[in-house]
Design a protein around this ligand. Structure first.
Ligand code: GDP
Ligand code: MG
Length: 166
């Protein structure tokens, strides 16, 4: 199995930490070379039977400038190029305007989107369910996976779920 997966989320939710965790174990290549004009390769996860290319999709974030506006127009087509998208959120923070903005962009494409609830090590487990309910009201996620990118908790489950979409 192989395929492309976009990693999306506002700053500080843990995108780099998740990539570093994966790279520490099984990532074969790490490159900043552009895959297309729209996507940047973050890293490639490789095992005997699976290869997942993780991509950064910069244009999906809330535009801060005219250039940002232009980038946003390309985010939609960038999302069409991937098998699945991981929408990372920080469970120690509430849903913010930045999250809602990204969700509006996700609604424009049919690409399956995972809600990856990161930093579960920072909150009480009973806080997760009400948060899931809140997110479910905004968008129909393909999968919902709670993880801790920092200590690697449940990251292997995330990888298993991703490979079902490749
Ligand atoms: P990015 O901007 O989305 O790439 O976020 P980073 O990966 O740079 O992470 C931002 C901060 O959150 C850093 O201080 C990380 O150590 C921290 N962080 C990331 N993942 C976790 C996690 O699962 N648990 C905790 N407690 N902190 C995390
Ligand atoms: Mg980062």
């Amino acid at each position: 199995r192989s395929g492309f997966v976009a990693i999306i989320g506002r700053p500080n939710v843990g995108k780099s930490t998740l990539m570093n965790h994966l790279i520490g174990q099984k990532i074969a290549i790490m490159s900043d070379k552009p895959q297309t004009t729209r996507n940047k390769i973050h890293g490639v996860y490789t095992t005997e039977d699976t290869q997942i290319v993780f991509l950064d999709t910069p244009g999906i974030h809330k535009p801060q400038s005219k250039l940002g506006n232009y980038m946003m127009q390309t985010a939609e087509s960038a999302l069409k190029e991937v098998e699945a998208a991981l929408f990372l959120v920080d469970v120690s923070e509430g849903i913010g305007g930045g999250d809602r903005f990204i969700i509006e962009q996700l609604k424009k494409v049919k690409t399956p989107v995972f809600l990856v609830m990161n930093k579960i090590d920072k909150v009480e487990p009973e806080k997760l369910l009400p948060m899931i309910t809140q997110y479910n009201e905004l968008y129909e996620f393909a999968e919902i996976v709670p993880i801790s990118a920092l200590n690697g908790n449940n990251v292997s489950t995330l990888l298993e779920q991703i490979s079902r979409y490749l």
